[in-house]
Design a protein around this ligand. Sequence first.
Ligand code: UDP
Length: 315
Amino acid sequence: MAKRVLIAGGAGFIGSHLCEAYLAKGWEVLCLDNFMTSRRSNVAHMLTNQNFELVRHDIIEPYLADVDLILNFACPASPVHYQHNPIRTVKTNVLGTMNLLGLARRCGARFLQASTSEVYGDPKEHPQKETYWGNVNPTGIRSCYDEGKRLAETLCFDYHRQHGVDIRVIRIFNTYGPQMAIDDGRVVSNFIVQALRGEDLTIYGNGEQTRSFCFVEDLVDGIVRFAATEGETGPINLGNDGEFTVMELAQEVLRQIPTKSKIVYRPLPSDDPKTRRPDLSKTKSVLKGWEPKVALKDGLARAIPWFRSAIESQS
Ligand code: UDP
């Protein structure tokens, strides 16, 4: 019998790529989404597949199903979106994760939690290893997401220790690619969309802050491998360890897109991390043979045509 995976947030950016990956492996995919920041168009091409089922559901409410694997990708991940309704962001991460862990316990499913590099906050250790406990403001504007995701990790490990739930925790670093929302608000999509529309690229602060950008294909490959790995709960970092300043990203986008756009500066939001780069040594030893393969300039070259057609189909 085909294996069944429940993907919470399955119509979102990363979730929709995971739906495709599991259908390609011959699994039955149950995609749950409340469509708060995701879109049906991300999964429309899968609706005719007999192994795909789309259900509108908010994981803040309990859900019952019989599945072998649960992937929890249900949470707005862009600072603009998760700060729009911060209390709901906390509920999604805490109540939502608890509901899905309860389901995993009931049906004996493996549970993979999409955690985040945000658990390291504005890191004092660089690059970030999984053993680093982080530097997170508990009362700031990013706390609903950072602390929410930290508590979600705590819940995973408590369900594992107390009830034996078979957990996998990944910490995702900045990821980009097709199926991101064009109004997502994150830096890669903002810069590409601004350049394509001939609008100025908005750098927050002086552009010297760094991030490490992973193409979604590398990330999904790592997730699918880890979900199938025995005997390791994580957490493991997943991302690309090439580190770039936001200014370098803006310059690369301007190199690839002929445009009249210029660079303009906007205030840096509070608690914006100054540096971020994953230490991937644990990940590479757990996921034997995995490494990020797509360099930033190649990933941008693959993402830009997708954003161009998304903008065209909107207008
Ligand atoms: N950023 C920027 N311009 C934008 C959007 C974001 O300069 O239009 C900066 C932001 O301040 C941060 C970095 O780019 O330093 C990454 O921001 P993003 O929202 O993509 O994700 P984060 O890593 O902060 O969660």
